[in-house]
Design a protein around this ligand. Sequence first.
Ligand code: P6P
Length: 345
Amino acid sequence: MQTSVTTIERFILDQEDRYPEATGELSNLLYDIALASKIIAASIRRAGLVNILGSADAENIQGEEQQKLDVLANETIKNCLNHTGRVCVMGSEEEEHLIPVPAEFEAGKYAVLFDPLDGSSNIDVNSAVGTIFSIYRRVSEGRGTLEDVLQPGVRQVAAGYVMYGSSTMMVYTTGQGVHGFTLDPTIGEFLLCAPRIVTPRVGKYYSVNESNFARWDRPVQTAVRGFHGDRPDEIKGKNSRYIGSLVADFHRNLIAGGIFLYPADTKNPRGKLRLLYEAAPMAFIAEQAQGSATDGINRILDIQPTSLHQRTPLVIGSRHDVGYVADTLRRMQLRPGNAHTASLL
Ligand code: P6P
């Protein structure tokens, strides 16, 4: 039996040892998030059992399972982070306003943004869902403010996701490469399974919701036709894979090579995905894995946020493929996010 396993705790400590000035607070914050994800994973594993186990202990199980899992995930993350003295403020996809640290707890030096359970509509059909997180060093004094979270993605100190799929996997970066860990539920530990993930320069897959095709502007339609194989002089056609869960689509493409696109369209003129807790953390990971991420043309990590829940178009994954999309859009001189262009052409 293999005994030389590397737990996420050991790996993070080894990484921290490289920085004498490290205080261990960021490491501990990453453990806090890992703990929250173990609790969320346990709840998700039981989600399909509520109708069977409901009679066993109706109040507890029913209550827990009836509580929407994304609300439960949100509360779990807040409760794992808010008392530690490591966090000054949080922002969540589930909450309209900034989440302050309760007055009885010390406000720490990190601001944390998260989508507690992205793609939760997939739970009912047992498809993969995920938690996405992004960590910044605070820039304000006092109890934490919007200023601490409205920072460009390039200032993230850590970002990652947990995918609740056939296994529970945590992938994160602190700017020293991208590393993957699989949860061994028999011992409750995340074990290193994919150190230093590098995404292939040219992808096998393209992932986009093609039902939006008619609502895209013409340059985006042209770029996607390249992935259909219509423009072999520009780019080789690719296989289509689209689950409709960002974490699952992103993870497959990260490992196998591919490009994920959620362009702006006439229904979502600024795109559908959120900058602060979806696009920016995934962009940090993509770039650390030698991939790239844009809003079609501009680097995601350079965007200066102006509001907590602002949306952005997202093109992310294998560097060559993301560059091809940007070249196509630039050449046609139209910016993504201007979805009405199609109606003008
Ligand atoms: P659509 C899930 O609701 C989500 O936020 C992402 O996880 C996913 O990539 C996207 O929306 C799917 O959106 O419009 O294709 O269903």
